[in-house]
Design a protein around this ligand. Structure first.
Ligand code: NAD
Ligand code: TYD
Length: 347
């Protein structure tokens, strides 16, 4: 892999992955970051990277659904591997407006697969980053395995499931060298504050209500984003082509526990008069809210010797610290100022 096309590299996980990969000793190639810069994409997440790695990193603002633009980017950069993060990623938005999810997650993935196929033997890998939500919802027992049947419940998870099927079909039909990863909920620096953990951190800092959907008993399996990046790179390097790998944190928590833990960490790091857990507010449930996700990651552990390293407490403390130290970033992503920053940097 000499020229890796990373899609969605200005989003939460993509930007962490680009920083992670450029800093490694076992990768000396180039990264071409393609991002449309939607509301969730923030070129500032990679501020300083182009200057630090002038011959190894380039940014292209483009839509993965655009065949002409993507064809040109593949050709000019002699792309030989793809790591595909770009997606519409927020379940609540997919309930209110599913169109963009179908467009980017399904049609965008289809377009990338076609561009990759056109590269012929030059393309050595198409890695597709997906979610555990494609498997649907669990009862109190059991965990998702790679063999669990797909049963997506939201427009978001259904669109990701559609993209996973396309990737698999391109391997089966055309022999495209693909790998797929289905990961549980991530948290860490640079996550857009619409997702549970950053939203609660920021609301708590501003003494605003902390919205917990339903009764707060829904369970997610939390993974620090750096552990996810390490897993993706392990799969790209050593994963068997045509295979799917589940990635999880072995860290099941009810939402109410997550929110309470964030309050406790904040009260320690930035004490205030009243405990922040008093801000917790139970609100109307999300329609079709999946009850429980949990990942069995024994396949990636046994085949590729990967396991999560960060504990929830240490990962949460680091994450809270990052949001405390980066209020300028927060203010910009929440305001129109970010668009002005993009315009001044990218015309
Ligand atoms: P994100 O919403 O933070 O970032 C998505 C990025 O994709 C943004 O930079 C956005 O500008 C870009 N993008 C969107 N539409 C585009 C288009 N049409 N063309 C080019 N770029 C476009 O998402 P994230 O949380 O970083 O998730 C990245 C990937 O990981 C997604 O595929 C998601 O399904 C998957 N995933 C996320 C999680 C999680 O907890 N966040 C867990 C498992 C899997
Ligand atoms: P989210 O971060 O949106 O991730 P996902 O829906 O992909 O799992 O939500 C994580 C969990 O937190 C999910 O069960 C919904 C819940 N949630 C709340 O209770 N309140 C909130 O304000 C948000 C955004 C999520």
């Amino acid at each position: 892999m000499e020229n890796i096309l990373v899609t969605g590299g200005c989003g939460f996980i993509g930007s962490n992955f680009i920083r992670f990969l450029l800093a490694r000793d076992d990768f000396s190639g180039r990264i071409v970051n393609v991002d449309k810069l939607t509301y969730a994409g923030n070129a500032e997440n990679l501020d300083g990277i182009a200057a630090r790695y002038p011959n190894r990193y380039i940014f292209e603002q483009a839509d993965i659904c655009d065949p002409t633009a993507m064809g040109e980017i593949f050709r000019v950069n002699d792309v030989d591997a793809v790591c595909h993060f770009a997606a519409e990623s927020h379940v609540d938005r997919s309930i209110v407006g599913p169109d963009a999810f179908i467009q980017t997650n399904i049609n965008g993935t289809f377009n990338l697969l076609e561009q990759a196929r056109a590269r012929g033997d030059r393309l050595v890998l198409f890695h597709h980053v997906s979610t555990d939500e494609v498997y649907g919802s669990l009862g109190p027992e059991g965990r998702f395995r790679e063999t669990t049947p797909y049963r997506p419940n939201s427009p978001y998870s259904a669109s990701k499931a559609g993209s996973d099927h396309l990737v698999r079909a391109y391997h089966h039909t055309y022999g495209l060298p693909v790998t797929v990863s289905n990961c549980s909920n991530n948290y860490g620096p640079y996550q857009f504050p619409e997702k549970l953990i950053p939203l609660v951190i920021l609301n708590a800092l501003e003494a605003k209500p902390l919205p917990v959907y339903g009764d707060g008993t829904n369970v997610r399996d939390w993974l620090h984003v750096e552990d996810h990046c390490r897993a993706v790179w392990a799969i790209m390097q050593k994963g068997k082509r045509g295979r799917t790998y589940n990635i999880g944190g072995d860290c099941e928590k009810r939402n109410i526990e997550v929110v309470t833990e964030i309050c406790a960490v904040l009260d320690r790091m930035s004490p205030v008069e009243r405990p922040r857990r008093e801000l917790i507010t139970f609100v109307a449930d999300r329609p079709g809210h999946d009850q429980r996700y949990a990942i069995d990651f024994s396949k990636i552990r046994d085949e590729l010797a990967w396991a999560p390293r960060e504990t929830f407490v240490s990962g949460l403390e680091k994450t809270v610290r990052w949001y405390l130290d980066n209020h300028d970033w927060v203010a910009r992503v929440r305001s129109g100022e970010y668009q002005r920053w993009v315009d001044s940097h990218y015309g």
